[in-house]
Write a protein that binds this ligand. Sequence first.
Ligand code: URA
Length: 270
Amino acid sequence: MEEEKRYHIGFSRQDLGADPTPYALICGDPDRTRKMTEGFGGVKLERLLSEKRGLVSCLVSLPSGRKIVCATSGMGAPSMSIVASELFSVGIRVMVRVGTTGSIREDVKAGSIVISRAALCRQGAAHDIAPVEYPAAASPFLTAALVEAAEGVGSTWHLGITASVDTFYEGQERVDSLAGGHLLRRLQGVTEEYRTLGILNYEMEAGTLFKMAGVYGFAAGCVCAVISDRTAGEAIHLGIKERAEADAIRVALSAIGSFDERYLDKAFLR
Ligand code: URA
């Protein structure tokens, strides 16, 4: 009997073949999902799984022979939470977010990559998943694999705590490019405060993903390309985006390709 395709991601567990993979890379941008399936030594596109609602998902094989899903999560935590939930329901148990980010520290430069070991989660979607106090923590096994891979790839990497927020402009205190012009008083100075707390960067999905990982029981990690230097300004550095993004993809592919299967059951405890 044919299994029903999941409503949003547009594919079922059966679509992953006879031996369905538990591994997935997820990213916000469908163009990045497509990029992950081509041009990275030995990575082979097996098949397009779906492009329903612009959420491009592909089955890919790595040089080691391991198959992985590359899936688009859309922008922000609400969309990501739907995709992560449906990926879990088709058997995915290891999810690595490959994203982009804005650094809030001088020493974390545009062009480098940030690996998140945990997140300050200021996200509405996460309230529907766990109490606000619930930890937003990455899998230590996956995080170590990402660091190892970053060393191997030779990228400039940083490991630390990420601020995951719901908005790109207001929530990340982009006062100069704020079309509405008004920033709530409680957000004025928030970036400086986060810097004081040792937070490295802003992005928009990791916190909720990490909380979901704890609640559902899967391993989650996050690697992001730094494309904005928020200590210097608000702009996105398009000139360095492609290379930094390629580094983050290489790191994620290498980490998920070499993730030790023995840790699959130990990556989470429920
Ligand atoms: N993504 C974000 O959320 N913020 C940035 O500054 C860049 C990418």
